[in-house]
Write a protein that binds this ligand. Structure first.
Ligand code: GLY
Ligand code: MN
Ligand code: MN
Length: 448
């Protein structure tokens, strides 16, 4: 690729439409001006930075991936959208790659005006003057908070010239979160592709797993599958947890040698074009589920089926979790890992010893995506276009009151569900979740 040419083609239409929708929502609630900065670059050490990842809100509204940029939206009868970005700099481009600069960025990303980010601190007080409300994510980034505060003070310093500063600051995220929660057709298409890439990566990982290999070797298989399919990076640090590590919910060291007879739990998903996927599978390192592993796996799979059956428009957010909890609690009683009636095990929360997390979360640009879970104190109803995970689990740590057969078994089964008009569609069906299918896949690759 020529470093001085734009690196990709882009249709700005969806981004322009989103800015127009946000502007209309701001206008409908009293008007004002919105400022949405992108993420800062983060230093890793000395002169090396972490791979750059734009801010999810900023990219949702722009499609623009360069650092050092901000969007300004001005509501009103003639709404305007402005982009501030790095200036063109052919010397820097030789070292670091293509920069749009304001002119090309305005045209390509469909903004009304574009300025260099160096103009931002001078222009913002002018833009804020006489606006009723500033819409901004106060408290998210202290550096930007200070910059915005300086600009507000700049307007106030000019009061004798007859200008007024915004009388209120409102959190622009409250509007954007609701927009992002319902995915449009393009977003769903991207999330389907992200789900398919991650599913293929999990199949590759299953095929490569055998006793004696290390967790990091399997992590490398996942990364290979993600990157070679065009994903920029994992959506979150991959969890490749064998044996006792499967009972550590956020295990990320991935450095243990896997042993015969153990299970391997992999929680990994790629990010594609800014959208996350999130899959977990748990399977035997040697390709055959043992008796106790089988018993616990059946319980978790039953919980996932029960949760999935609840997902449809109008169902409350919590319905899949409640169904999963019932299934897991009953299964734990049947296996004599818990004693008592189903009602006491649920009401007293006894199941939490083995199932301590919730059954899902919103999924989108962020793996734990934005959007409220409750409205006016009640779990909100599911709507078509929402995407959530379904991820029941069961984790048994060694303890004297528990049969040794179950020690160190950690199982989670996680898929990504789109709420449709009639129910739900899994975006991650291309990796087996039934025990027989997992064993078949592993057997096919056992001697490869
Ligand atoms: N991988 C993070 C989660 O499952 O929520
Ligand atoms: Mn998840
Ligand atoms: Mn996960």
């Amino acid at each position: 690729m020529n470093a001085l040419n734009p690196p990709f083609s882009l249709d700005p239409t969806p981004f322009c439409e989103r800015r127009a929708r946000l502007l209309a929502r701001i206008e409908a609630t009293g008007g004002g001006i919105a400022v949405i900065p992108t993420a800062p670059e983060a230093r890793r050490n000395r002169d090396t930075h972490y791979p750059y990842r734009f801010d999810s809100y900023f990219h949702y509204l722009s499609g623009f991936g360069e650092p050092e940029a901000a969007i300004v939206l001005i509501a009103g009868e003639a709404p305007k959208s402005l982009l501030f970005c790095r200036e063109k700099n052919e010397e820097r481009e030789i070292w670091d790659g293509y920069r749009h600069g304001p002119d090309a960025a305005r045209e390509r990303f469909g903004f009304d005006e574009a300025w260099t980010i160096g103009d931002f601190d001078r222009k913002l007080p002018e833009l804020l003057a006489n606006q009723p409300t500033l819409w901004y994510s106060l408290g998210y980034d202290p550096t930007w908070d200070a910059r915005i505060t300086r600009a507000l003070n700049g307007v106030r310093d000019n009061a004798r010239a007859g200008t007024t500063a915004p009388h209120g600051i409102r959190d622009v995220r409250t509007e954007l979160d609701e927009m992002r929660l319902i995915k449009d057709a393009r977003e769903i298409d991207t999330m389907r592709r992200a789900g398919a890439i991650s599913a293929a990566a999990h199949c590759r990982a299953m095929a490569a797993t055998r006793p004696g290999r290390h967790e990091y070797e399997i992590e490398a298989e996942l990364l290979h599958a993600f990157r070679s399919a065009g994903s920029a990076a994992p959506a979150y640090p991959s969890i490749v947890a064998s044996g006792p590590n499967a009972c550590v919910l956020h295990y990320v060291e991935n450095d243990r040698r896997m042993l015969d007879g153990e299970l391997l739990l992999i929680d990994a998903g790629c990010e594609l074009d800014g959208y996350a996927s999130d899959i977990t599978r748990s399977f035997p390192v040697n390709g055959r589920f043992s008796g106790p592993q089988r018993a616990l796996y059946e319980l978790v799979l039953a919980a996932q089926h029960a949760a999935r059956a609840q997902i449809r428009p109008g169902a409350p957010w919590d319905a899949p979790h409640e169904a999963a909890v019932r299934a897991i609690a009953q299964g734990l009683i049947d296996l004599k890992l818990l004693s008592g009636t189903l009602d006491t095990v649920i009401e007293e929360g006894l199941y939490r010893r083995f199932y301590m997390h919730r059954t899902g979360h919103w999924l989108g640009r962020d793996v734990h995506d934005v959007g409220e879970y409750k409205r006016d104190g009640a779990w909100r109803p599911l709507e078509p276009g929402m995407v959530l995970t379904v991820e029941p689990g069961c984790y048994v740590r060694p303890a004297p009151d528990i049969s040794e057969d179950f020690w160190n078994i950690g199982i989670r089964i996680e898929d990504d569900a789109l709420v449709t008009d009639s129910g739900c569609e899994y975006l991650t069906d291309d990796v087996p979740r039934e025990m027989g299918a997992i064993e078949d896949l592993m057997r096919e690759h056992a001697h490869a």
